[in-house]
Design a protein around this ligand. Sequence first.
Ligand code: ZN
Ligand code: ZN
Ligand code: ZN
Length: 540
Amino acid sequence: MKKSILLLTLFVITNLSAQQRPKLVVGIVVDQMKMEYLYRFSDDFSPNGFKKLMSNGYVFQNMHYNYMPTYTAPGHASIYTGTTPATHGIVGNEWFSRTLGKEMYCTDDADVKTVGDGTADEGAMSPKNLQSTTITDEVRMATNFNGKVIGMSLKDRGAILPAGHFANWAFWYSKTGSFISSTFYGEKLPEWVSEFNNEKNYLKYINKGWDLYKPASVYNESLPDNNPYEGKLYGSAAPVFPYDLKSMYEKNDAGVIRATPYGNDLLAEFAKRAIEKEELGKDNITDFLTVSFSSTDYVGHLLGPRSMELQDTYLRLDQTIADFLAYLDKTVGKGNYLLFLTADHAGAENVIYLKDRKYNVDNYPSKQVKKSLQDFSTKTFGVDLILNYSNFNVFFNRQIIKDKRLELAKVKQAFKEFLISQPQVKKVYTEEEILANGGNDYSLNFVAKGYDVTQNGDLVIVDKPGDIEYSTTGTSHGTIYSYDTHVPAIFYGWHIKKGESYDKKAITEIAPTIAQKIKVTFPNGTEAKVLQEVLDEKKK
Ligand code: ZN
Ligand code: ZN
Ligand code: ZN
């Protein structure tokens, strides 16, 4: 008896002493992917792409964003930091800075320069404005900076924010057709990146043009190809297949690939090259590759969630993911990599499509909202007090308020009453109300978690469900509603058991879960709530 206890103790000790980690962690973000797409297009997916992840991995069917605004930069930052904009500070893609007196971009950094074949603006980027650490940062520190971290996306913010502060590299796509980086990461692109760029791989996609991937009858989950809710791709006469990408490229630049499914293919090609040349997942020190597929978002914004173009983009992405999984199995080895797939936000229905079907909703472009605020200000206070309106935030001109001897509290109250009378507005919160959030107001919780007192406005507006501040074609995202918050979250591979959960989960639980799974420090801003389902693999 005593002997067996001793043996058991020894067994546990030896087991604990060996650091159990995967060779590679792969984080995939599909920009603007609604959970619903996994359901709606399910019949048309292959068994080797999304379905393989779903049937062999652990699927959270009810994963949501828990703050607003649900935009790309806050989304990527929240996935990888395990916290929300109130803590990590990425409160929008761009936001108004009172200090600078103008709008700033999430990854702007005037102290660094473009590396590679891009414009000066395209590469003046770094994670400087991201205030908390990421799971990728923690992997770097946990491996004493021997594990590599590489982030990539067509979008700068989709590459930089996931890769964190200590990344070896982040790469993003320039309109020149090249993947570029910034001097934050290094002075010169790695040889293999320059080689990839010199191959001009984007041209083969542009020359192919964009036609339907499958027979037209497969697209019966979408609206007809030519419908009034679609925008037009780079000046094309009508929103219909086939798209002549060559003439679009000739009239514009290599950026045209972004709003086609080929942007995802090009990125996957680049990811495979990175795995090969950087030897990711080759030794036993954990590396981390973050891949953010952006084309889904460009296509969604332009053509809407019910366009054949959107469906085609997902059918092709399914194949891209199937190829990528096969590559990982072959190169890194089955069971040696831990992969997760999620999205940075979901997206709304096209508002006119809803309105045409007698749902009383509408589009309220933010320019129009700003104008109504300015008109109200002039009428009520004799002067325009609006310094900025963006991301549902109202900023007052504090100097004019002081000069005019107005009382800020009274100004806020007057605007709040005005806004509440507007057809699209559901709620309006003042800075004081947001900071005093007691946790019982459902929409205030979203606002408070997205609110950084040093960077946000005097008032924050929550619109009614269904209403949108965008345009009449395509779609957008940004709100607290399920159409913007409900995203896929699938874990697959290393020590992941099959399964699914319908419990409501928060996006901020992904990063601390990975930290626990691979035994590294939590990202510093996280509330450390984990997804128990993917951790309790050993208890049977
Ligand atoms: Zn996005
Ligand atoms: Zn179309
Ligand atoms: Zn978007």
